[in-house]
Design a binder for this molecule. Structure first.
Ligand SMILES: Nc1nc2c(ncn2[C@@H]2O[C@H](COP(=O)(O)OP(=O)(O)OP(=O)(O)O)[C@@H](O)[C@H]2O)c(=O)[nH]1
Ligand SMILES: [Zn+2]
Length: 371
């Protein structure tokens, strides 16, 4: 890059897919995002984790990003029972960049003032889109930040969850509760004391049909086994082996309602070139050029995969959240004796398994015919 950076360029770094990323150092602090509809039990979960967990210094952040148009937002952080507040200044025009810069800066400021935390729990407000918050931590972690995204937990109300998940929004958008389930690495169905076994089973199946990757726990008063909640490594290569198992077990499920979120998955043998994979993903996430058989544009909220790149001896993990995606090398080497297989899973709306698989196969074949 040449010459002087203008203020604007300085404030709004360009978003580019990052292929090479440094291994996560032990210095980086995990961030777990806790989301879920109003009253589902997020705060109860936070408090449970704080009382159960005695050997970690946990900072709790209550988040209001992306809501309203106020120019300043506060970030409340509690540690060891004390509450601190940091103010975020949202600069003109570019909300996502401002939130990204300032949210992390606020956390870094806090660590300077209060000493390092071992873990950050971030509770979003009930109507927030956790995708925006997730991408803030996810992208920046790759730029050498102090924090990294460990996982997204969605708390679901056993009694009212089904109503929230199946609510249709008048504008045809995906409702907030469904979006939160689509993004989740872990779904906690809470308040099981309020429902019968059949009601619980239906909710569990609905959650499963929306998100074929999510781990589901059922709780009362958000009491969970902490080892299933913290240090999930859902966004980095340390979660690779677990992801491979999940991908092999995942199935495309036909949803009951056609406007709902669904999961589709497929596997394709052979290898794809990195360029062709980028084109496939960018057509899907950025150009929005893939449509289902009804002619509706596919809308992917989350994607994951283990992919065989022609250029690589190692398995690659592919991850996507909304428009962001990332490809990371895993420690796992492809076996010489067995054929290579790429497995992908997509969570979103208007997805068609056959169409996606055909597009992916076309990209694999394209690379082969090029030599
Ligand atoms: N019956 C029952 N009530 C519960 C359970 N877990 C939490 N609650 C209650 O549900 C209410 C809401 O819980 P919170 O933890 O505040 O929920 P939240 O998701 O943080 O709510 P908001 O921040 O307002 O969106 C509280 O009154 C809790 O005591 C449960 O397992 N069973
Ligand atoms: Zn709360």
């Amino acid at each position: 890059m040449d010459g002087v950076l203008t203020d604007e360029e300085d404030d709004c770094p360009e978003l580019v897919p990052i292929a090479r990323k440094q291994a996560i150092s032990t210095e980086q602090i995990p961030v777990t995002i806790i989301t879920g509809y109003l009253g589902a039990g997020k705060t109860t979960l936070l408090n449970y984790i704080l009382t159960e967990q005695h050997n970690k210094r946990i900072a709790v952040i209550l988040n209001e990003f992306g809501e309203g148009s106020a120019l300043e937002k506060s970030l409340a952080v509690s540690q060891a029972g004390e509450l601190y507040e940091e103010w975020l200044e949202l600069r003109n025009g570019c909300l996502c960049c401002s939130v990204k810069d300032n949210g992390l800066k606020a956390i870094e400021n806090l660590m300077e003032k209060k000493g390092k935390f071992d873990y950050i729990l971030l509770e979003t407000t009930g109507l927030a889109d956790p995708g925006a918050v997730a991408s803030m931590f996810w992208v920046d972690a790759e730029l050498g930040s102090d924090v990294y995204l460990d996982g997204i937990i969605t708390v679901i109300d056993a009694k009212y969850g089904m109503k929230h998940l199946t609510e249709e929004k008048p504008d045809g958008l995906v409702n907030e509760a469904a979006r939160q389930v689509a993004l989740a690495d872990l779904a906690i169905i809470n308040k099981t004391d309020l429902v019968g076994e059949e009601e619980l089973r239906q909710l569990r199946e609905t959650v499963r049909s929306m998100n074929g990757l999510v781990r589901i726990l059922e709780t009362q008063k958000s009491r969970v086994d902490l080892s299933q909640v913290l240090d999930l490594h859902s966004f980095d290569s340390r979660g690779g082996a677990r992801l491979q198992e999940k991908l092999e077990a995942a199935k495309t499920v036909q949803p009951h309602l056609d406007k709902t979120i669904l999961t589709v998955t497929f596997e394709v043998s052979g290898s794809i070139s990195e360029d062709d994979l980028n084109v496939f993903i960018q057509n899907l996430l950025w150009e929005r050029s893939y449509k289902n058989k009804a002619g509706l544009v596919m809308n992917v909220i989350r994607l994951k995969g283990i992919v065989s790149l022609r250029e690589k001896a190692h398995q690659m993990i592919l991850q996507g959240v909304h428009e962001l995606y990332d490809l990371e090398e895993t420690p796992q080497v492809w076996s010489e004796s067995a054929p290579r297989v790429s497995r992908l899973i997509f969570i979103g709306r208007n997805l068609d398994q056959e169409v996606l698989q055909e597009e992916f196969i076309a990209a694999v074949v394209n690379g082969e015919s090029m030599g």
